[in-house]
Design a protein around this ligand. Structure first.
Ligand SMILES: C[S@@+](CC[C@H](N)C(=O)[O-])C[C@H]1O[C@@H](n2cnc3c(N)ncnc32)[C@H](O)[C@@H]1O
Length: 289
């Protein structure tokens, strides 16, 4: 650990933030690479005559901050980590950075399956960093989870994240197109979840550069109208779900009614649109028969 006086640190911090960027990303950098949490930092700086301890020196932290500002690369990729619910996850540019709004999908599952001792069989399609599946596998220790992705590199990261987060062995990863690696689970799933790529092509072209230039296209683009993957996932879901099994989907801010329609056309019942914390219909859920 490197010792730096609070006085020196505060003047360095002011200089860095004057170059641009947001406070939250800066605090993330200090936490991930400097190994000092915002809470600890706030306590330390109460004493301007004291010292604080960092894992890396100020020059190194400054170089990462400047790279972030110059390239617009998300700070999570530069640090190689992110926080999601109570998980600390490895992320590289092979996986989407799991979003805070997606955290709610786990709470939706908690509302549907209230007992944590349920022996659920669940599948997540398009797991990316593994965030959702890992959270569920940890929360329901008697469950059996399977998580798929089309991208083998993403699955390697998801597998590492699972090993780092859990001593359990109730989650397995498979590579392939949506349902195709799950043939042996036909008719067996209590629950399937997906946050598929859902950005329509014209919106994708206009995404901010910190997203478009860095996050994987395969994780974002949902075909011309954004609904291409929902069609495939919803049409095939009935043969994989048990009777009354649930399908829980995350969608773009304006897609809920269309996803609901697709669920109705495919004979799902108990269909509900669930709002995120900003009041946006972000999730569409239903059960098969
Ligand atoms: C929006 S990201 C979601 C990642 C993660 N579940 C999350 O919520 O943060 C969509 C994921 O679907 C995967 N994917 C894209 N097309 C796929 C396909 N045809 N079959 C399986 N997975 C696919 C991508 O590689 C990506 O990891």
């Amino acid at each position: 650990m490197l010792c730096v006086s609070v006085k020196e640190f505060l003047s360095w911090k002011k200089k860095q933030l004057s170059k641009g960027g947001d406070q939250q990303s800066f605090e993330f950098l200090l936490d991930c690479i400097g190994d000092i949490s915002t809470r600890d930092l706030n306590l330390k700086i109460l004493n301007p005559k004291g010292n604080l301890y960092l894992k890396k020196n100020l020059e190194f932290l400054e170089s990462v901050w400047e790279e972030h500002l110059l390239s617009s690369c998300p700070i999570q990729y530069l640090c190689g980590k992110t926080y999601w619910r109570d998980l600390k996850l490895k992320v590289t540019n092979k996986v989407l950075i799991p979003r805070p709004e997606t955290e709610l999908i786990v709470d939706i599952v908690f509302n549907v399956f209230r007992s944590k001792s349920e022996k659920l069989i669940f599948a997540e399609l398009g797991t990316g960093s593994g965030a959702i599946s890992i959270a569920l596998a940890l929360a329901y220790p008697f469950s059996e989870g399977v998580a798929t992705d089309i991208d083998q590199d993403a699955l390697e990261i998801a597998t590492k994240n699972y090993i780092n987060s859990s001593k359990q062995s109730n989650l397995k990863f498979y590579c392939g197109n949506w349902w195709s690696p799950l043939e042996s689970f036909k008719g067996k799933l209590d629950l399937a979840i997906s946050n598929p790529p859902y950005i329509p092509r014209d919106t994708y072209e206009k995404l901010p550069k910190e997203v478009k230039n860095f996050e994987p296209k395969v994780a974002l683009l949902g075909g011309e109208d954004g609904l291409q993957h929902f069609r495939e996932i919803i049409q095939k879901a009935p043969s994989f779900l048990k009777d009354n099994g649930w399908l829980i989907l995350e969608n773009h801010f304006d897609q809920s009614e269309k996803v609901k329609q697709l669920l109705m056309e495919n004979k799902f019942t108990s269909i509900e649109i669930v709002k995120d914390l900003s009041g946006i219909g972000r999730f569409t859920i239903g059960r098969y028969k």
